[in-house]
Design a protein around this ligand. Sequence first.
Ligand code: NAD
Length: 353
Amino acid sequence: MEPFVHQAAATRVVFGAGSLARVPSECQELGLRRVLVLAGGSASAAGRQVATGLGERCAGWFPEVAQHVPEPLVERAVAQARAVAADGLCSVGGGSATGLAKAVAVALDLPVIAVPTTYAGSEATPVYGITGTRKRTATDPRARPRVVVYDPRLSLGLPARATAASGFNALAHAVAALAGPTTDPLARLYATEAVRLLTTALPQVRADPTGLAARGRLLWAAWLAGSALAAAGTGLHHRLCHVLGGSFGLVHADVHAVLLPHTLGADESLTVAPVARAWGLPAQTSRAALVAAVRELAGRAGAPTRLAELGLAPEQLTTAAAQAAEVIGGHDITWFSALLTRAYHDEPGKEQQ
Ligand code: NAD
């Protein structure tokens, strides 16, 4: 018997096509009277629907959302929440909207209702990030949304490439929870189901982006993978994604998709067998064969595979490697530089040779 400690979340999950309409009653249930809606860009229409549905309970709308949650944005959102005397926050959008709401929630001790539109899974964790000169992440139970409303209809418009990359963000969460050193049996249970859903639904959604059932399975996987990560904690892969995203402005989900085969191949602290089993492969599958399966899924899902296509200049590889060695540790600049160079050109690693 394996002794373990598992921290379960006190989050209510409302799932189903059309569940966006339930946000006002969920706010009422929490006793909220002055809700600040945070929704921008692609989520503006859904945000408007929430604001209208809330009626007098809507205290205001913060329409600016940006990748990696820049510090000035948090300051403005906190100022608006204070100015309208908000007693709760409702984010509608991907991980960037959720992340902004989490940062405001911690600053003002307010509850969050999250309505995710990507597969980032941030809504399932108490971790939040804010980016100044570098991206800093912190864990605070107040950041964890009290209610998550999943409406698969909101994800129908997520473009094909962003869908695949975001699905790989969820996959990276599941892999960390299965293979990392600080996992537990419940986290592995969640992550195993997430891998099963992602490996089947990602190719299905690529073939039919409007298939509501498969879109729903991806959202369900995002919750499971995020919850698994929240219990198991992050490792080298995630920290490297934050270095590349936070300091070089790369798109978070794209970085996950590109790096996953390379970190899984090179980070020997990750255990292969539990990921292989979740993938439906024999437990004795080699690291190289598992990495090959991840690459094959990236191809079928249509995920990006090279850092070169994400906007990183070749001369930035050395700076990124130096920063990774400093911030993440455990390996020297040469090791990180070799990994990033392979990811830049999508060259197989040592485990494939
Ligand atoms: P995002 O929220 O920035 O969305 C990416 C792009 O897709 C944006 O342009 C957005 O407008 C658009 N978009 C989102 N949903 C859409 C939809 N349904 N239809 C059409 N367009 C849509 O990106 P993301 O990958 O969801 O989140 C990234 C952020 O979340 C990063 O800051 C990352 O650090 C954070 N994150 C945090 C955690 C955590 O546990 N704290 C986990 C994962 C990600």
